[in-house]
Ligand binder design. Structure first.
Ligand SMILES: O=c1ccn([C@@H]2O[C@H](COP(=O)(O)O)[C@@H](O)[C@H]2O)c(=O)[nH]1
Length: 272
């Protein structure tokens, strides 16, 4: 999917919500555990109940890897289900990959070609040749970790190097990489106060903003400082939506949580 198509979906649905599919077998309703594929059954129910309120889903790959081969199968079934039933939905593999170029190319093939995700999160630490193999794919996005939502972001990302904070250097430098038009960036909702300055550096780029909900980030603040005339935001919430209830109507409750966020987003979009 292109950035323009994503933007069109955002205006059509009046939503820039990304629902995080961080599906942990220990947290899903126990009655689902007797199903053939509990993780897929959970995801399918969540997707069916939330799809009209969001434009993207973000499975965090760790949750699938953690349960081995069954996890990969559930991930594949989930992404295939999205492609078949809701092809207008944008998909993000939150995998945080990146290696020497030869190996990054294999990661890119896995997430873009085999699984068919629209985008993948990538760590910038190994530099240009570790990221450019992801950027070669047409109509696919590479979402570079810039200023993450966790406390540890202050350990390295905000350290000054050559008089500039590292996350700013990542944004500035990556703009010059081959196929940089395919880049998006992760900025945590818990770091909303940085967004004004970030927008001066990357005025047009899409930002994936995790941290609204369980991590306490404010949607209002994110929009105030980070929204552009084309929106330019995908705001993720995972646990607060998918684990809002563990009873038999868990999907309905998740749908209501997603709808509540969508309504706030619609109000923010009216300000444009
Ligand atoms: O800076 C980052 C980058 C990624 N994440 C991921 O997003 C979700 C957030 O889940 P919540 O339950 O809404 O807190 C999760 O998959 C993280 O690994 C992030 O939180 N911050």
């Amino acid at each position: 999917m292109t950035s323009q198509e994503l933007t069109e979906q955002i205006f059509k649905k009046k939503s820039f919500l990304c629902v995080g599919l961080d599906t942990d077998p220990d947290r899903i309703p126990t009655y689902l555990l007797s199903e053939e594929d509990p993780v897929f059954s959970f995801n399918k129910a969540i997707i069916d109940a939330t799809h009209e309120f969001c434009v993207a889903y973000k499975p965090n790959i760790a949750f699938y890897e953690a349960v081995g081969i069954d996890g990969w199968k559930a991930l594949k079934k989930t992404i295939d289900y999205l492609h078949t039933e809701y092809p207008e939905i944008y998909t993000i593999a939150d995998a945080k990959r990146g290696d020497i170029g030869n190996t990054s190319r294999m990661y890119a093939k896995a997430f873009f070609n085999d699984l068919g995700f629209d985008s993948v999160t990538v760590a910038p630490y190994m530099g240009k040749d570790s990221v450019e193999p992801f950027l070669e794919f047409t109509n696919k996005h590479t979402i570079l970790l810039a200023l993450t939502s966790n406390e540890g972001a202050f350990d390295f990302q905000t350290l000054e190097t050559d008089g500039e904070e590292l996350y700013r250097k990542v944004m500035k430098t990556s703009k010059n990489w081959k196929n940089a038009k395919n880049l998006m960036y992760v900025v945590g909702a818990t770091k909303a106060e940085f967004l004004g300055e970030i927008r001066k550096l990357i005025p047009e780029s899409f930002l994936l903003v995790p941290g609204v909900g369980a991590q306490g980030g404010s949607l209002e603040e994110v929009c105030k400082y980070g929204m552009t005339k084309n929106v330019g935001l995908l705001v993720n919430s995972s646990r607060k939506i998918i684990y809002a209830s563990d009873s038999s109507n868990f999907a309905e409750i998740a749908g209501a949580k997603a709808e509540a966020l969508q309504k706030q987003m619609a109000q923010e979009l009216e300000k444009l």
